[in-house]
Each structure stands twice: as C-alpha cells, then as structure tokens.
Design a protein. Structure first.
Ligand SMILES: Nc1ncnc2c1ncn2[C@@H]1O[C@H](COP(=O)(O)OP(=O)(O)OP(=O)(O)O)[C@@H](O)[C@H]1O
Ligand SMILES: [Mg+2]
Lengths: 480, 262
C-alpha cells in the first residue's frame, strides 16, 4: 500500500460508472403473467420451469414487501421496471468468443475481467453476465475434463434440465419471501455449478455481474451443487454504471452440499452506491442460502459489501447434516447516504453442527449499517455450537451502527457465544500514524483494513488485495 | 555539540497555542542548530507536551500567534505527515495503541514514506525485514514485537522502545522525545539512552523532554531549558539540570511572580 496507489484510487471515486452503448433486446416495462410467460418463451424453457415461474408469480401477488429492516426508501414501482434486457447477438450463446460482440468483451476488459484466451485470468474460470444474460464462460472445456459443469443458468436449463429440476428451489423455495418470489418469477440468468462426487474443482470459479441498462432490474439466479466429497471455491463480483435513478437487483443464490462436500462462496459487491447526496444507486435485495444437506459438509460465505444504495442481504446456512459446518465472514462498509441491513442466519438442525459468524461493519458519512443475525438451534441439534462476533467501526459522528442478534434455541445443550464491540477511529490514532509520515487517507485505510483482517483472510488470495483497495476508495473524503 | 555556524534547524519565535480555546503556550522562543542536544524540563502541566504536539501538528492544538521555521520553511504550512517525511519526529509521552494494524507493516510504510522524501529507494517486504532487524539491535527489542499490532498490549517500557525503534528507522533531522525515559527500568533507560546517543550526529538535533537528571547522566545536553506557564523561563547549560535536582522548582514561582505572570 503505497501513497501513490491511494492517490490513484482517490482520484476516481467510482471507476465502473460507464455505460456500454450497445443494441439491446428489451421487453416493455411492467410485470404480469404475460411478461413471465414471455421471459420463459424467450429463453425456450421447458414446461417445469414455466410452471415454477408462474407459481412463484401468483404467490408473489399475495405478498407484501417486507418492512422490518432498518432501511428507508421510497416505494418501488414494480410496473416501472424492465424485466428482460439482453444485448442483441445471435440467439444461441456461441462456443467461441470470436462471435461475442467486441463491445461486450471490451466492457469486461475495462472492468478488469479480460475474457479472451491470451489475457484471461490464469487460475480463475469466469462467467460474465451482462444485464439479463451470460455472454461468455471461460475454461469450460478444461473444467468439463474433470466433470465440473460451470455455465450460465440458461445453458444449464438446456443441457442439464434434470439437475435443474432436481435442485432448483429446494433451498430457497419460490414462496420463501417477497424478493425470492419475485426472482423466481422473472429471473433472467446467472451461473450454474455442478461438482460431481469426489471432485475437487481444479480452479477458482467466478461470476461477474454487470448491470448496464438504466431501467432494467437484474434478477439473477445462481445454483451451486457439490456432490459427496466435492469441493469448490466460487467468487461473485458486481458493478453497475452511475445513473441518477435506482435500479432493482433481486437475486437468489442456492447452495447444496452433500456428504463431506465443501462450498466456499465469496462476494465482492460494488454496485453503484449513489452519489454523496444519496441520489441514484442500486437497491440490492438478495436471498442467499446454503444447505449443508450431508454429514460433515461445509458452507462458507465471505462477503465484502461496499456498494448499493440499499443492501438487504442475509447469506444463511441450514445445517442439516450431522457435524456440518456453516461460516459467515462479512465486511459491510457504508458511506455517504448508503443503508445496509445485512447479516446471516445459522439454522442448526443436525447434531454437533457448528457455525461461526464474524461481521465487521464500518459506517462513515451519514450512512446506516445494521447487522441482523439469527442463530437457531432445533431440538435435534444436540451438541451444536455457534460463535458470533460482531464489530462495528464508526468514522465521523454522523454515521449509525446497529446490531440485532437474535437467538432461538430449543436445544438446551447447544452452546451459543456472542461477542460484540463498537469502536471509533480516534483523532489520536490517526495523528500517531500521520506523525510517522503516513497520509490521512492511508492512515484511515490502514486502520480499516486492520479492522477487517479476520474477514479478508478468508478471501481467495487474488481478491484480498482488491478488497483492501476497494475499501480505501470507498472511504475517500469520509473522515475529517 | 555547539557550533554557531551549524545549520539552524528549528526556529521557534513567540509561539502561542491554545487547546479548546484555552491558551497553553504563551510565547515560546527557541533556536535549535544541527548537532545540538536540548533538554526541556519543567513542572507537570507547564506545556512541554503541548509544545511537542504543536511542532508535530496535532489537530487539537491551534496556533494563535508566533511562528516556527523548520530548515527555513514555515512549519505550519506542512501537514503532519509532510513534517514527518521531512524529518521531524515526535516520540510520544503516551504512544497510542492501534489494534489490527501490524507493527511491521506500519514501520515499513512509515520508513518508506520518509525514504521517498529523501529520494531513497523504497524497501520491499524482504529488504525491510533485514533493515528492521538491524535497527532492533539499537533498542535490543525482541523481533516478536514486529508481529503484533502497533503498541497493542505493549508494556509502558515496550511502547517507549518501539518509539526509539521508529526513530532509528526514520532517521529524523529533529527528534523530539517526550519523556521517553519515564516508565523505563534502569537497564532499559541505558539502552534507550545509548540508542539516542548513537543516532545523534552533527547533522541532526534532539529535543529531550524529561523530568530526571538520570537520563541526562547518559545523554549530555548542550542546553537545558526550563518551561513554566507556557514559556521558556530559563536556559542554561547542563549544570542547570544539576541545580534543579538540588533546588526543585520553588524559584519558578518567585520568578513568575516577579514577572507578574504567576
Ligand atoms: N487536549 C487538551 N485538552 C485540555 N487541556 C489540555 C489538553 N492538552 C493539554 N492541556 C492542558 O495544558 C496544560 C499543559 O499540558 P502539557 O501536557 O503540555 O504539560 P506537560 O508539561 O507536558 O506536563 P507533564 O510533565 O505532566 O507531561 C495542562 O494544564 C493540560 O491540562
Ligand atoms: Mg507531558
């Protein structure tokens, strides 16, 4: 971390804010049963999927938008959103990158995700999703040699319909909650990962989500299945252009881990957060849940949440298999007028299940940052254990931090441990660093990354440094 | 070592400063030339630490009058980090703890910031480890302290050694050491004093804030100043410190009364 790189960062507040000018196939604004059918038809989906969507849509109509989170925003007009937008390109996704519109390749290159053979990341396979569709997936052949399926959701529906039918909606059902139901009705694209029995995925998998259109909602759907003894590490990244309107993003992610399987899911979320007065930015309502279905299985969520005007997100684990393990490591940073209500749910069902929660919230500016977590012990969870640690850091005196830990235990022998702390970066600490030649912004970012280290240590190597830089960038001008 | 023709490093003229609108410094005058060691003494609350923090640029202290020139430049036009990079060093009376920030990484970033301004190459992680191990010997500090967070859980004496380690790494032009001797055991005092002596040279200067003659037995000052009520009341040679050991500060009240300050 040199002072030069900090300056570089500081000079470009949100460097992903550009819009790609590309011909788009968009349907008209609004939501109805016909729109749901149209989306399904455009994707040429089998009947079971159309029925899944319709059932979800009909259920969604009966639901009310939740209001229990510590979030305030104007009502969302669901009829004012485009539910399907795709860059115009030949109907079928082509096997070769040569056939992808160069403008799209250029966009991802600008985002630091080169897709072509020469430049692509060496040990990471990438699925690139642009608005509602996946435009390219790298290293597919190499992965296929190991029996690993990594492709867009739409492609999986065509090529592995039996897997989709078997697992879709089994972790997050289509009537789970308001936003999950909406997603189930209109989801566009996303990634599908299948790691067969006994296979350790030979490389890091990653999906990069890019919202481009100003009036389009993004509703991606990700499904990851690790069979017995399989393991995979998956990373999700996201950015969006700067618009002065708000875009809705309501994703669903489902993870399934069978006996002895392990899934590590990391997110670096950097959707556009709005300007310093809170104009624009993404509304991020996401349902992420993993099910440790098998004995000794393990699911680990690591998230670095820095973007979005509104974040509503609780990556959770249902620990069903005996001795299964759930983990949640989170850094949520809010600045300016951002609002985040995020945390996790650890539902212990199986005996001797274990979970760890480490949450680091950083609030600067006039932002509000809440941790909301539930630890639940079912009567069957004999000998289960949970450890939670929730730390908040305040920068300046106008930011808010809240912690809402809920504990529900029906198992007297389960052990639940919760620790919480709040700190403020003090003038004397900053002065100490400054008096050693360390610039103000860098001093802040050193302290912040120190505060987040336990979480950053969980990120795949390549992304830990990125996360550090991202936080420094986001805190620009927030202190003093 | 007093050399009248040596470079004038620090020139403090009629310095006034307040904290929370309360005047603390009330006209400090002091000139420091290269090669000199100055001891600053005086009662608790007389303004010694305030002077050191004003020189280092602490934001809580407001300069209300007077000036400080550092090597010909207006010191107050420089941010605290710029002062540090240009060679002003403050060894704190109460070094703060910074949880989560690795001491080693902190020392490396600080060292490189200073090196950059001296147009020296930055040291990478490996080069720095070698470099810092050498400097650790100056203060006879255990390398284990590098692995911990900055000052976190350090004992009083360990914090002070960490300050001198930073001084050894930053090679300051003007080092202000605010009661670096307090809280040290007898052996540690000798080690720290030896470190300061080793780092003092013809091109730099040291301002030692201390209450005790025992430090001045180890480090021979060229000048001894006594601060009272926000000013330097008296300046002498090393014998002034010895005299204070005998007489204490009673004369200060009489002198202040005579001057109508009290
Ligand atoms: N941040 C502050 N807020 C309020 N008062 C302060 C502050 N800093 C210094 N003072 C006051 O200024 C006066 C001088 O304090 P200073 O720390 O400079 O004394 P000192 O000479 O270093 O004393 P000691 O020998 O005890 O270290 C004291 O009365 C102190 O209470
Ligand atoms: Mg003092």
């Amino acid at each position: 971390m040199t002072s030069v790189s900090t300056r570089d960062l500081v000079s470009q507040p949100y460097k992903y804010g550009f819009v790609t000018d590309i011909a788009t196939d968009k349907i008209a604004k609004g939501l109805s049963e016909d729109v749901v059918r149209l989306i399904s038809a455009k994707k040429g989906e089998p009947e079971f999927l159309l029925n899944f969507r319709l059932k979800a849509y009909r259920h969604w109509l009966t639901l009310e938008e939740p209001d229990w989170a510590a979030l305030g925003y104007p009502a969302i007009d669901y009829q004012d959103i485009v539910y399907y937008a795709a860059p115009k390109q030949p109907q079928e996704k082509k096997a070769s990158l040569d056939e992808v519109d160069p403008k799209l390749l250029e966009t991802f290159e600008k985002l630091g995700i080169p897709l072509n053979e020469q430049k692509r990341l060496s040990n990471v396979a990438v699925d690139a999703v642009f608005d509602s569709v996946s435009i390219a997936t790298t290293y597919k052949e190499k992965l296929a040699e190991h029996g690993v399926v990594f492709c867009s959701f739409a492609e999986a529906v065509k090529e592995h319909p039996e897997l989709i039918e078997r697992y879709l909606g089994t972790v997050v059902s289509s009537n789970d909650n308001y936003f999950a139901a909406l997603n189930s009705a209109v989801f566009s694209d996303g990634s599908f990962v299948f790691i067969p029995k006994g296979v350790e995925c030979p490389m890091e998998l990653s999906t990069y989500f890019r919202i481009n259109s100003g009036d389009t909602g993004q509703f991606e759907r990700t499904l990851i299945v690790a069979e017995e003894g399989a393991s995979v590490s998956y990373l999700e990244g996201c950015t969006a252009p700067m618009f002065d309107t708000n875009q809705l993003h309501a994703a669903v992610v489902e993870l399934v881990a069978l006996d002895d399987a392990s899934i590590k899911y990391s997110t670096v979320q950097n959707w556009y957060a709005g300007d310093e007065n809170g104009v624009g930015g993404i509304y991020n309502f996401v349902t992420k849940r993993g099910q440790c279905r098998g004995a000794r299985s393990r699911i680990s969520w690591t998230q670095v949440e820095t973007g979005s005007a509104i974040t509503w997100k609780y990556p959770s684990c249902v620990l069903q298999g005996a001795d299964s393990v759930g983990e949640f490591y989170s850094v949520a940073l809010t600045n300016n007028c951002q609002q985040a209500d995020t945390g996790t749910k650890m539902v212990h069902v199986g005996p001797r299940t274990r979970s760890t929660i480490v949450s680091k919230g950083i609030s600067a500016g006039r932002s509000s940052n809440s941790y909301r977590g539930l630890v639940q012990m079912a009567p069957s969870a004999k000998g289960a254990r949970n450890y939670s640690q929730c730390d908040s850091m305040l920068i300046g005196d106008q930011a808010a931090a809240n912690t809402y830990p809920y504990i529900r235990s029906q198992q007297p022998q389960a052990a639940i441990e919760h620790e919480a702390s709040t700190c403020r970066i003090s003038e004397d600490q900053l002065f100490y660093l400054q008096s050693r030649g360390i610039g103000f912004e860098e001093a802040v970012s050193m302290m912040v990354s120190g505060f987040c280290r336990d979480v950053f240590n969980q990120l795949p190597m390549e992304f830990a440094a990125e996360a550090d830089k991202l936080l420094a960038l986001k805190l620009e001008g927030s202190v003093g | 070592m007093i050399r009248p023709d040596a470079e004038l490093l620090l020139e403090i003229s009629d310095l006034h400063a307040s904290v929370e609108d309360q005047p603390i410094l009330k006209g400090v005058n002091l000139q420091v030339r290269a090669g000199e060691i100055h001891a600053v003494m005086g009662r608790n609350g007389s303004g010694k630490s305030t002077l050191s923090k004003v020189l280092a640029g602490h934001p809580a202290y407001r300069v209300t009058a007077g000036s400080v020139r550092y090597r010909g430049r207006d010191l107050f036009e420089l941010e605290p980090e710029e002062r540090a990079r240009l060679g002003v060093f403050l060894g704190f009376q109460y070094p703060v703890e910074i949880p989560g920030v690795s001491n080693l990484e902190f020392l490396r970033v600080a060292t490189n910031a200073r090196r950059q301004s001296r147009e020296l190459d930055e040291l990478d992680t490996f080069e720095f480890e070698d470099h810092v191990r050498e400097k650790l010997q100056v203060v006879q500090m255990d390398p284990a302290f590098l692995e911990r967070s900055v000052n976190e859980g350090f004992s009083g004496g360990e914090k002070k050694r960490n300050e001198i380690l930073q001084m050894a790494l930053l090679e300051p032009v003007v080092a202000i050491l605010d009661e670096t001797d307090s809280g040290l055991d007898i052996d540690a005092l000798r080690i720290v004093a030896a470190g300061v002596n080793q780092l003092a040279g013809p091109d730099n200067a040291t301002l030692l804030i201390t209450h005790y003659q025992r430090l001045l037995d180890e480090i021979t000052p060229d000048y001894v100043h006594v601060m009272a009520a926000g000013r330097i009341l008296r300046t002498g040679g090393r014998e002034l410190a010895l005299e204070l050991e005998q007489t204490g500060y009673d004369w200060v009240d009489r002198e202040l009364a005579a001057q109508g300050v009290a």
